[in-house]
Design a binder for this molecule. Sequence first.
Ligand code: FAD
Length: 346
Amino acid sequence: TVVEPTPEEKAIAERNAQYKNVWVLVEQTEGIVAEVSWELLGEGRKLANKRGSEVCALIIGAGVRNICADAFHYGADKCYLIDNPVFKEYRTEPYFRACCDMIHKHKPEIVLMGATGLGRDLAGAVATELQTGLTADCTELDIDPKGNLMQTRPAFGGNIMATIMCDKFRPQMSTVRPKVMQLAPISENPKSEIIEETVDIPATSIMTKVLEIIREKKGSSDIDISSTEFIVAGGRGMMSKENFSILNELADELGAVVAGSRMAVDAGWVSHTRQVGQTGKTVRPVVYIAVGISGAIQHMVGMQDSDMIIAVNKDKDAPIFEVANYGIVGDLFEVVPAMTKKIREA
Ligand code: FAD
């Protein structure tokens, strides 16, 4: 027997059918694009291929036309460009207005933003205005047989992965963690269609004004561990801040950056900008050395995609060994200095 759709289901299907294409917000600050935007264009391309649609870049800013060329390089079929001095610095209200107007006008089926400060701020406001769903902090995206977006993210403190769908509303919106999706550069993309758009933003609708931008001081703590090739990370097993000196020595030999588990960060041994994991950063270095880290799921979601993982732990049953390519069972206070010595001799 064929089950006829209810009038409500029919209305939803008709409304959803008006929405097409995957949009990626290309996030930029002073013309510098957040890497996650390029990662999302690569992911957006895969989703668009499955839907038989296009992946489009939404570029908002002041003097940002040149970004379109990069967007095409990373696989965009089209760029929607809103170039206006009002977008010089990020402020919620004008960006919100621009996004909502563009989505109303062009009806993308999927809208992706980075799970960055900007993306988290903007996506929530836009989804609320459009009365659609938003899945924040996704780590995996796919399309189900009915054409809906399947959005996977850690839930319940990272103990389970939840797959969330927004089948009744469009667009389907997700923010995606940086470094989770692979960059997919397309060297020869002949596309070059730039659609220039203007948005009417009444001055009265903007309630904030940027008075001054105070840049973070350049120093060792501001190294972005998510784009570092070698990481030596310490956990609670390090026992004290002073003991991190043995990790610093190893890191110096390798040209690596020292990072830590949340335990190490909470104890004040490592700066919070260097925390790896669910509530820290996702890293994908060439080599990740985990020292005195047990391998809690919330830590592993942030480093398990590293090319090579080396773990040092005195507990042979520590979960970190399940994802490690090389595991050394032993006392870190003996193993780490021995590793440093060996590298120095090499
Ligand atoms: P422990 O689990 O205490 O492990 C210490 C390890 O050191 C042990 O395996 C021990 O065998 C080993 N060890 C001790 N002494 C030695 C020695 N002398 N030689 C060798 N090995 C030794 N954690 C994160 O890391 N990042 C996150 O982003 C994060 N987000 C979280 C979000 C939520 C919502 C929650 C609930 C938790 C989160 N956590 C996060 C915390 C996480 O659950 C763990 O508590 C934490 O990762 C444990 O840190 P650790 O491995 O350093 O410490």
